[in-house]
Each structure stands twice: as C-alpha cells, then as structure tokens.
Design a protein around this ligand. Structure first.
Ligand code: CXF
Ligand code: ZN
Length: 370
C-alpha cells in the first residue's frame, strides 16, 4: 500500500469568513489528509447554530480567515491508521471536541474537558497545528469546521448512526438540540411535575420544551416575542406560554406558578431576561444559562445559577437516545428545521437572524472534489 506523505493535501470547498458579519464566501481550499488519529468525513449536511453567527459578528481582522460550522453530519471517507471505531462508508454525526485524557474526560464528563475552550474555539489541533494552513485559513472549529464539503475530525467528535434516517435531518443533534434537551435530562435532571420556564423559543429552547414535555414536567412555560414560536412551543409540549413583548412577564409567570419555578432555562442571552430567570425561581430553584461561562451570578440566596455546555452530554450516548425518541414520535425536532443548499449559506444565516427560520440545515450536493 502506498504511504502518503502527510504534506499531501486535497481540495475542498469551504465557506470562509473574511469580514465581520459576512458574507461568507465559498472558496476552494487545500486541506491535509487525515493524520493517524484523524478521520476525513464528506459533509452531507450541517446545521447553522447561533454560536457560528456570533463568531461571525465578533470576528475581526486579527482573527484571520476562518471556517466555522459545528453541526456536521456526513459519510466517512478516509481514516488514519490508528482509528479503531470507524471505517469508510460509516454514517456519522459530529459533535464537540474534547481531549480524552484530562480527569474530566476520563471520568466521562467531556463537556468539562480541561481544554474544552482551546479545542473548540482555538481553530487548531490539540498540538497547535492547522490542517488548513496550506490555504492560509484556520479550520478545526469544534474539531470539525463543517461549513465545508469535507471535515477533518477525530473519533471523539464522532457518533456513528444507522442509515434508517437521513443525515440531513440528524445534523443539528450535534449542538443546539443536544444543548436544550441535555440541559433538561442530563444537567438539571428535571423530574415529573417539576415546573420549568424556558426563555426563548429557538432551537435550544424548543428542544428543552420537548424534553420537559417528554418527562412530564409541569407546568412547562415558554416565553418568546414571536407568536408563531409560542404556537409551536404549545404544539411541542409547552403547557403555557407568555408573550415576551408584554411588560409584566415575571408577573405572568407567577400567575401560572404562584409558588415560583423549580427550573428556568435562559437561552436569549439578554441581561434583563437573565435576571428574570433567577427572580421567578422558588427557593431551591435553579436557573440554567447557555453562555458557557456561567454568566453573572445573579441568583438571590437559596437559588442557583448553572452554566450549560452542550447539555452536559456524552454525545455517543445522548445522540443515539435522541434518535430513539425521534423514532418513537416523542421528540419531533424535525419541526424546527428548514433546509437550504450550502450555496445559500448567507441566506440561511440571514433568515436565522430575522427569526424566520429556527434551525437552518445546509445540504451539500454530491460533487466529487480532490
Ligand atoms: C457552545 C456554547 C458556548 C459554550 C460552549 C458550547 N455551544 C455551541 O454552540
Ligand atoms: Zn452550537
């Protein structure tokens, strides 16, 4: 068998960030073939998450050109010689990256990985190298950079899925949907009859609503400023909604749950709502923020704020669970998705910002490159 030099590259098409707020431009790039411990996956679909859009918003010249995207799904094309669990042809969903060797990873808590931030937001491999260097672009976002026809990734990012469901549908399970459902199931461990309020009915919030409904939480209150989202929240299992445009949101929540709320989930990132999320709690209640850094500690005595990262999930366990719920008709996350062609990526981002699309999923056509 011919031994390939690691300097060899292949060409791919990727949406590259070269200016703040975009637009992204689709360019031909040269990326390395997988190293011993890496896998090259041909992208079939990728979700667009708000984290991608905020990276674009906070981008500046000094960051250099980047490839974003972290809800990729595809088919394994090449595996490095040390890769054990995957082979070409496998259908896979990609999720976040973790080191696998720190104490948290070894104890089965990859979201608490000691170098989580570096691995997912550092735009480089753990050893500091960049497989996109030949093109002067930074890749490896969340260990995948899925806004591209191919993803250079590792086993720890990957979850093998069976072929009975289309990869295009499953792509967003890797981040947003996992975050919302995982917060309810894995992190807060909300139980039957406990009350919850979800601020924001985007992909994360609505996934939390579906999970809350599934476990019999009550009441499950959805708060959003868009009537269409509130209607959808009710269809997905919210027992009540509060129109976020009214001036007395907290009073409306107290009317529904006079004793206060057990759990609030804050997905908007808006500071007044972050405060409200703790104000509506009963004593002993917990508010979850999805900012990753815990956010400000606004909790009055006897209440708690926790930070949710990727729903405190082990993707290899939680993604298959979500797929089983979907198949059983209990977790209809497909209702959040709108499909676009990869070439319409800027339109997908715009629709997400406008709020007309909840979860854009980009589809890649099967054109051979490289
Ligand atoms: C992120 C959100 C911020 C903390 C890390 C995980 N998820 C991706 O969108
Ligand atoms: Zn995300």
């Amino acid at each position: 068998m011919a031994v390939r030099k690691s300097s060899e590259v292949r060409s791919v098409q990727a949406a590259v960030v070269r200016r703040k707020d975009g637009p992204l431009r689709i360019e031909k790039l040269r990326i390395e073939h997988p190293r011993n411990d890496e896998v090259l996956v041909r992208t079939v679909a990728t979700g667009v998450c708000h984290t991608d859009i905020s990276m674009l918003h906070y981008w500046d010249e000094a960051d250099g050109p980047q490839v974003l995207g972290h809800e990729g799904a595809g088919i394994v094309e090449e595996v490095g010689s040390k890769v054990k669990r995957f082979r070409p042809g496998d259908h896979v969903i990609l999720s976040f990256q973790s080191c696998g060797i720190c104490a948290s990873c070894r104890s089965g808590r990859p979201t608490k990985c000691r170098i989580f931030y570096d691995l997912n937001f550092g735009f480089r491999r753990a050893d500091g190298t960049n497989g996109f260097a030949a093109s002067g672009v930074r890749g490896h976002f969340f260990g995948q950079s899925s806004f591209a026809t191919h993803m250079l990734t590792t086993e720890r990012n990957m979850v093998k899925v069976d072929r009975t469901l289309p990869l295009s549908l499953l792509a967003p399970l890797g981040c947003g949907i996992q975050a919302g459902a995982g917060a309810v199931m894995n992190q807060l461990k909300i139980r039957k009859k406990e009350s919850m309020v979800v601020f924001g009915s985007g992909a994360v919030g609505l996934s939390a609503v579906m999970a809350g409904h599934m476990i019999g939480a009550a009441p499950v209150i959805a708060v959003d400023i868009r009537p269409s989202r509130l209607k959808l929240a009710l269809e997905l299992g919210a027992t009540h909604f509060v129109d976020g445009r009214r001036s007395d949101i907290a009073a409306a929540i107290r009317e529904i749950a006079p004793g206060g709320i057990d759990y609030s989930l804050e997905t908007t990132g808006c500071s007044t709502i972050m405060q409200m999320a703790v104000d509506v709690l009963k004593k002993g209640g917990t508010a979850a923020y999805f900012t990753g850094d815990g956010g400000p500690d606004l909790a009055p005595p006897g209440r708690k704020v926790v930070s949710v990262i990727a729903g405190d999930s082990v993707p290899q366990k939680f993604i298959p669970r979500m797929i089983r719920w979907y198949k059983a008709g209990k977790f209809p996350f497909d209702r959040l998705i709108k499909f676009y062609n990869f070439r319409q990526i800027n339109r997908a981002i715009k629709d997400s910002l406008l709020g007309t699309t909840i979860k854009p999923v980009l589809l890649f056509t099967c054109k051979k490159t490289g």
